[in-house]
Design a protein around this ligand. Structure first.
Ligand SMILES: O=P(O)(O)OC[C@H]1O[C@@](CO)(OP(=O)(O)O)[C@@H](O)[C@@H]1O
Length: 456
């Protein structure tokens, strides 16, 4: 039986030893929700430099990771086709030409979005613009309602000067509106633009009590929610509630080389090899080098011995998560890839064909792992200063979330042993640094399509 029969995901069915090659039906969105009829437009609201684009981009990335088709429609991009580098005066509401062009850009974006929905391309769109007046919001809501699209307004209110300054800094260096301009002049102009918006800005209030909305006050500080309608909306809201946009990094490492890694066996709960042990001893230095001597981190490990042994010399608080245990390889646990190819040739081939969806007989697929990792991602979004010591498949899934790696590629990424990865989320992408410990280890990487037999 297909574990997602009737489009309803039943967690208890996850480990049914069918080994069946399960490809989620088009009717499900991969998290097991039958939501074909639900289409949501997430409407961003807020002054410039309040992190709206960052929030929009994070929501879309999170949804993609969960296999929910989503897309951002950025009104600024539409406006730029007519007015590529406007000055602050363009945004003055007393400037009728500016008003006309801005309205036209909003209309073009909404029109494209409606087309995107009607072509069945996705479930959630994010309309990224200031939508700063009640009239504009009502217009968006009515336009969407006419097309049977739900609206979820997300207002980012922020009076934390440091956060606003950070955003202005980021904008003046990265915004396409100011390409090639003097950064100081760009910042001045941008501040003027904000003042123009402030003159007409209306926060969401009682007059709009019929709208579905979330107000994020100083992102991560306070959240007000109103009229949430359904499961998919509440899912987005829950994610938004956990967000903060303070600058931070996340550190990731696989455990040190294990005795199973040495012999090419997968799964199990083996001890570290001698070289793995050396990595565990070297890790505190490597972390200090990357995070700074005085930074206090919290270390998350799986419940398996190899991650605990790797983390044991780190002078930090440690937390064990079952959800971080390696992908369950079911009946193949303890075998080498060559043995799997020999005993289960069809499975071996099927896994190669679609590694993300292939579920081991009595075990898990990468898709299953993503679902069990969701609480980890939520907790990571809420936290700062986390180092995760985990396994190859788990690390690939977490990495894919931050780096927006598509499902066809994520299970095939090379994540070497004895390497510390530092990820630093930025407004429009995530920076990555890799620090290698000078301790050799086997490679556990197997390329798509390659026979495993000659590896023994
Ligand atoms: O999905 P693939 O590429 O098989 O990688 C996952 C495998 O990586 C391994 C090593 O080969 O993980 P681990 O890092 O825990 O040692 C196996 O235990 C696990 O089955």
């Amino acid at each position: 039986m297909a574990p997602e029969a009737n489009g309803v995901y039943k967690p208890e069915m996850r480990r049914v030893p069918t080994g069946e090659f399960v490809k989620p039906s088009r009717k499900t969105n991969g998290v097991g929700v039958q939501s074909e009829d639900t289409r949501i437009c997430v409407v961003m609201v807020g002054l410039p430099a309040r992190g709206k684009s960052l929030i929009a981009q994070k929501v879309v990335r999170y949804l993609h990771w969960l296999s929910i088709e989503a897309k951002t429609f950025n009104v600024g991009q539409y406006r730029r086709s007519d007015t590529p580098t406007p000055t602050a005066e363009f945004f003055d509401t007393n400037n009728p030409e500016g008003e006309r062009l801005r309205r036209a850009a909003a209309e073009a974006a909404v029109q494209d979005m409606c087309k995107w929905f009607s072509e069945g391309k996705g479930l959630i769109a994010v309309l990224d613009a200031t939508n700063s007046t009640k009239t504009r919001r009502r217009w968006v809501q009515e336009r969407c309602a006419a097309e049977n699209i739900e609206t979820l307004f997300v207002e980012s209110k922020c009076d934390d000067e440091e956060l606003i300054m950070n955003n202005i800094l980021e904008v003046k260096t990265t915004s396409p509106d100011y390409v090639g301009q003097d950064p100081e002049l760009a910042a001045q102009d941008f501040r003027k633009r904000i003042r123009n918006y402030e003159k007409v800005y209306e926060t969401i209030d009682e007059d709009e009590a019929d709208l579905t909305y979330v107000k994020l006050i100083n992102v991560g500080h306070q959240v007000v929610i109103n009229q949430i309608q359904d499961y998919l909306q509440s899912r987005v809201v829950y994610f938004l509630m956990n967000l903060h946009i303070k600058p931070r990094s996340i550190w990731l490492s696989r455990h040190g080389e294990s005795k199973y890694n040495l012999s090419g066996k997968i799964g199990g709960d083996a001890d570290l090899s001698d070289r793995g042990e050396a990595y565990a001893r070297a890790l505190p230095r490597l972390v200090a080098q990357s995070a700074g001597e005085n930074r206090k981190l919290t270390v998350w490990t799986s419940t398996l011995k190899r991650t605990n042994q790797t983390a044991r010399f780190l002078p930090f608080e440690k937390l064990e998560w079952k959800a971080l245990d390696e992908l369950d390889s079911g009946v193949c646990d303890g075998l080498t890839y060559a043995e799997i190819e020999e005993r289960y040739p069809d499975d071996f081939r099927q896994r190669d064909e679609d590694k993300y969806n292939y579920r081991y007989l009595g075990g898990e697929s990468y898709r299953d792992v993503v679902i069990r990792l969701e609480p980890i991602i939520m907790e990571l979004e809420r936290s700062e200063n986390i180092l995760i010591v985990t396994h190859q498949a788990i690390l690939r899934c977490i990495y894919a979330y931050f780096m927006n790696v598509p499902q066809e590629r994520s299970p095939w990424m090379e994540v070497p042993l004895h390497t510390l990865i530092k990820l630093t989320p930025k407004a429009y992408s995530t920076n990555e640094e890799r620090l290698r410990a000078d301790i050799p280890a086997v490679s556990t990487f197997r390329e798509k399509g390659s026979s495993a037999r000659h590896h023994g």
